[in-house]
Design a protein around this ligand. Structure first.
Ligand code: EPZ
Length: 421
């Protein structure tokens, strides 16, 4: 086991380059199953969720060659099994995309129930609704989901709630179905658009991704072999934007899509930060004074992302005045509040609402990451705080951030990773 140790009170300054988006890559990797051929995928983040995904894909016959650190060549011509084992699928959430991808290609999938961050109830009823709408029979028992169809037929799928995962699974299972499918009340996140771009490049016929109505005209096969580059990670970019504000630093964030960052940009400007769009793919964020209080409600894209809520919580913990966060996506995303309180924050979390009474300073302490984004928030808090912070459970952080301590160290943070004794 490892921990991250931070000597704090550093104003972060300099440039950071954003990696490819975790939540796009974990959808595109299984989507390659729909392509009966060889794809080269570039800008894949070097994170543990991707390593586990590759292990699962190899177990079902996919051949994967690492061409470079962030480039994989994926050969899906010979799928040997439609069963993905529970011991691997339970390690992360996005394993549930294997269900849609295997159903689409093989008309049969047996996939162990997914794991992932413990953020409250994470049901799959909307995914199941989509599979059934296309004609599949679904059974969930003994910790796995089995979906089977003689053939898949396009249909209208109306999602009761906006779900990223259900939108992606509906897309994956509809791409090779007969006829037209429409997904109404679809999620609009950048990774949905990125998946549609990848599939279209491989020969799919998807329009409307990024709106709440996605139309998928089924095609017989996907076979355009080629290279695709994963979109930059909106959440990683937002993490560094919020780190700049929390530390009253000045960071230029490269390889990002500024449009995707608008919900964060608007909020941090309201809190007193300066944001400069440097054109192309870079943005500069600085904050010369203590940030102002603000209120945030997390919402599906283009609302303020839940995956940046804990990092925003650090900014609010040291802001001038009292701020409130209402979490509308997950039941249990304030587990980091107790850890920040160990560092001197004054946060009262009650269910899906937390009140942040801003304090002058945080003080280093041993803290425990409960999940991926909580872990990133605690790292930022450690850089803000006086003294030494030790962040435990770093395996959560490694699931979604490539080289987190190297990137922060390059910005001036005194941060190291050490083996726990
Ligand atoms: C994705 O999770 C992301 N994960 C999460 O990121 C992110 O927090 C979430 O979307 C919201 O943006 C991946 O992309 C791998 P949902 P997902 O289906 O797809 C309810 C991170 O830190 N729901 O959009 O699982 C659900 O309980 C991770 O990178 C149902 O009720 O989220 C939640 O309240 C954490 N029934 C809401 O919908 C369903 O069938 C949104 O969930 C599906 C979901």
């Amino acid at each position: 086991m490892e921990k991250i140790v931070i000597e704090g009170k550093t104003k972060l300054k300099g440039e950071v380059t954003i990696s490819g988006a975790k939540n796009a890559a974990v959808a595109i990797l299984p989507a390659t199953i729909l392509v009966n051929g060889v794809c080269t995928i570039d800008n894949i983040p070097d994170i543990s969720d991707i390593k586990i995904y590759c292990d699962i894909l190899e177990k079902i016959g996919v051949k994967i060659k690492k061409i470079e650190k962030n480039t994989l060549q994926i050969d899906t011509r010979n799928i040997t099994s439609v069963e993905a084992p529970l011991d691997l699928t339970s390690k992360f959430r996005a394993s549930y995309y294997l269900t849609g991808a295997l159903l689409g290609r093989c008309k049969h999938a047996i996939v162990g129930m997914p794991g992932g961050c413990k953020l409250g109830a994470r049901p799959m009823d909307q995914h199941i609704k989509a599979f059934e709408a296309l004609g599949a029979k679904v059974e969930t028992e003994q910790g796995k989901i089995e979906v089977k169809a003689k053939k898949l037929k396009g249909n209208s799928i109306y999602l009761d709630i906006v779900s990223v995962g259900a939108t992606i699974n509906a897309m994956l299972s509809a791409v090779l179905a007969d006829g037209l499918s429409t997904i109404e009340n679809a999620a609009k996140e950048p990774h949905i658009v990125d998946l549609a771009n990848f599939l279209n490049k491989m020969g799919a016929n998807i329009i409307g991704a990024g709106t709440d109505r996605i139309r998928i005209q089924g095609v017989k096969e996907l076979k355009n072999e080629g290279t695709y580059s994963v979109v930059p990670d909106q959440i990683e970019a937002g993490t560094f934007m919020l780190a700049a504000v929390a530390t009253r630093g000045d960071i230029t964030i490269k390889n990002c899509i500024t449009k995707h960052l608008e919900p964060i940009t608007a909020k941090i400007i309201e809190m007193g930060a300066e944001v400069e769009d440097l054109g192309g793919d870079a943005i500069r964020v600085s904050c010369a004074k203590r940030p102002n209080k603000a209120n945030v409600k997390t919402l599906p894209y283009p609302g303020f992302p839940t995956d940046l809520q804990p990092q925003m919580g650090v900014v609010m913990a040291i802001a001038n005045g009292t701020s409130v966060i209402s979490e509308s996506i997950w039941d249990s995303r304030f587990q980091y509040a107790e850890e920040l309180n160990k560092m001197g924050a004054k946060i009262t979390a009650n269910g899906k609402v937390a009140v942040f009474e801003g304090v002058d300073k945080l003080v280093g302490a041993p803290v425990f990451a409960s999940d991926l984004r909580a872990g990133a928030a605690l790292v930022i808090a450690g850089i803000v705080a006086e003294g030494t912070t030790q962040v435990y459970n770093v395996q959560h952080i490694d699931r979604g951030y490539e080289n987190i301590e190297e990137k922060f160290a390059k910005l001036g943070a005194k941060i190291t990773r050490v083996k726990e004794i």
